[in-house]
Design a protein around this ligand. Structure first.
Ligand code: GYE
Length: 367
C-alpha cells in the first residue's frame, strides 16, 4: 500500500479509534496478541517478499541504558527484519531528546513508510508529529507515552502508573505481614520526564501518601546501573541508618544500588536492613529476586516488536487499529508470604493480581 493511502486512512483512524482506556478488557495478553501479530506478519511478509517490495520503517529508540532497552531493541529489530519484509532504519538516540526529534525529521526526509518512536520524554512532540502527519507518514509509539499530542496512530506499552501502585500496595501488605510499622523510603527514579518515571513515581507516591510513609528522598538515577550506584552512594552518606526501603525504578539501577549498599555495609533483601523493590523483571533482576537480594520486582514487558509489526500489517491491509495496546505483566516476589495484592488501578477499577514467587529465574525470565 502506498503511503498516501495510509495518510488518508490516518485521519479517519484518529477520529474513529479513540478507544483509549486501561481497562482489563483492552489489555492484550502477551501471548495471544503476539501470536496474532506473528500470524498476520508471516502472511504479509510472504506477500511483500513475493513482490520484492520492502516496507521502510524508521525507529527512533531511546538509547541503550538498560537490559530492558536491549531486549526492546532486539525485539523491534527481529520483528522488522528484511526476512519479514522490512527495511528498518534504526537510530539509538542515546537518551538525548533533541537527537530523537532530529532522527524523526530525518525519517521524514528519507520518506519512510512508517515511523516508530519510543519517546525519551513525554512532552514536546506536537510539532514534529504534525510534520509526520503532513508528510503522510503514520507514527506508532511504543513503550513510553506522549502527553501533549494525539497525532500518532497507535501506542503499545505498559501502564506505568499501575506498576507504581502495585509496588506501593505490595509494600503495604508485605510490611503488615512482617510486622514492620515504620517505613522510611528512598527512591531512585528513572530518567526525569519519561512517562515510565512519571507513572511509577506517581503510582507509588499515591500509596505512600495514603499510608503516611516518609519518603526521605527521590532522585534521578537515569535508568542506568551507574546512575543507581551514584545516587545510592550519596543516599548512604546522607541518610545513614535512617532508611529501611529502597525503591529503584528499574533493575539496572537496583544492581548499582546493591553495589553501593554493599560498599556502605548496608544489607538488603529478605529479612535484611533494607527492603529492595525494583521494576522491569529482566533475567538478571529475577535472579536477584530468586536469591532474595531483591524483595519484589514489577514486570514491564519489553518485547513489543511483534505487536508493532502487527499494527503495521493491519495498516497495510487497511484495517482499523487499536489506539492503545497494553502489555500484561506479572509481579515477582522472593517469598511465599502474600498470594496476591488488591488495588485500585489507574482506570479506577479494583483489581486483584497474583504474586509470582521466583523459584527458577532462568525459565521464568524471557529477556
Ligand atoms: O523500565 C528501563 C528503561 O521505558 C519502560 O526504560 C522503559 C524503561 C525501563 O531504560 O529499564
Amino acid at each position: 500500500m502506498k503511503k498516501r493511502l495510509v495518510a488518508g486512512m490516518l485521519v479517519s483512524l484518529m477520529a474513529a479509534s479513540m478507544v483509549a482506556c486501561g481497562s482489563s478488557s483492552d489489555t492484550a495478553t502477551t501471548d495471544t496478541a503476539a501470536d496474532a501479530g506473528a500470524d498476520t506478519q508471516t502472511e504479509a511478509a510472504e506477500d511483500t517478499a513475493a513482490s520484492g517490495d520492502l516496507i521502510t520503517v524508521g525507529f527512533a529508540q531511546v538509547g541503550h541504558e538498560s537490559d530492558w532497552r536491549t531486549a526492546s531493541t532486539n525485539s523491534v529489530q527481529a520483528a522488522f527484519s528484511e526476512e519479514n519484509g522490512y527495511d528498518l532504519q534504526f537510530v539509538d538516540c542515546d537518551n538525548d531528546s533533541a537527537k530523537q526529534i532530529e532522527a524523526v525529521r530525518q525519517f521524514i526526509q528519507d520518506d519512510v513508510d512508517y515511523i516508530v518512536i519510543d519517546p525519551i520524554v513525554s512532552t514536546g512532540w506536537d510539532t514534529v508529529l504534525t510534520e509526520c502527519e503532513d508528510a503522510g507518514i503514520p507514527v506508532i509509539v511504543i513503550d513510553r507515552t506522549i502527553d501533549d499530542s494525539d497525532k500518532y496512530v497507535s501506542w503499545v506499552g505498559s501502564e506505568f502508573m499501575n506498576e507504581g501502585l502495585a509496588a506501593g500496595t505490595w509494600l503495604k501488605d508485605y510490611a503488615a505481614a512482617k510486622g514492620i510499622t515504620d517505613l522510611n523510603i528512598l527512591v531512585i527514579e528513572g530518567s526525569n520526564g519519561s512517562s515510565a518515571q512519571i507513572g511509577r513515581t506517581d503510582g507509588f507516591k499515591k500509596i505512600a501518601d495514603a499510608e503516611g510513609w516518609t519518603i526521605l528522598d527521590s532522585q534521578d538515577g537515569d535508568f542506568t546501573q551507574d546512575g543507581g550506584q551514584q545516587v545510592m552512594e550519596s543516599y548512604c552518606k546522607s541518610y545513614e541508618g535512617q532508611f529501611n526501603v529502597v525503591v529503584c525504578q528499574n533493575d539496572n539501577e537496583a544492581f548499582g544500588a546493591m553495589d553501593a549498599m554493599k560498599a556502605a555495609g548496608v544489607s538488603y533483601g529478605v529479612d535484611k536492613d533494607v527492603i529492595l523493590i525494583s521494576f522491569d523483571a529482566c533475567k538478571a533482576g529475577l535472579e536477584y529476586v530468586q536469591s532474595g537480594d531483591i524483595n519484589a520486582d514489577f514486570m514491564c514487558y519489553p518485547l513489543q516488536g511483534e505487536y508493532c509489526a502487527a499494527i503495521v500489517q493491519q495498516l497495510e491491509a487497511g484495517e482499523t487499529v487499536a489506539k492503545q495496546t497494553f502489555m500484561t505483566e506479572p509481579w515477582y516476589v522472593a517469598e511465599d508470604i502474600l498470594e496476591s495484592i488488591t488495588y485500585t488501578n489507574n482506570a479506577g477499577e479494583e483489581v486483584t493480581e497474583e504474586l509470582v514467587v521466583v523459584t527458577d529465574a532462568a525459565s521464568q525470565a524471557s529477556y
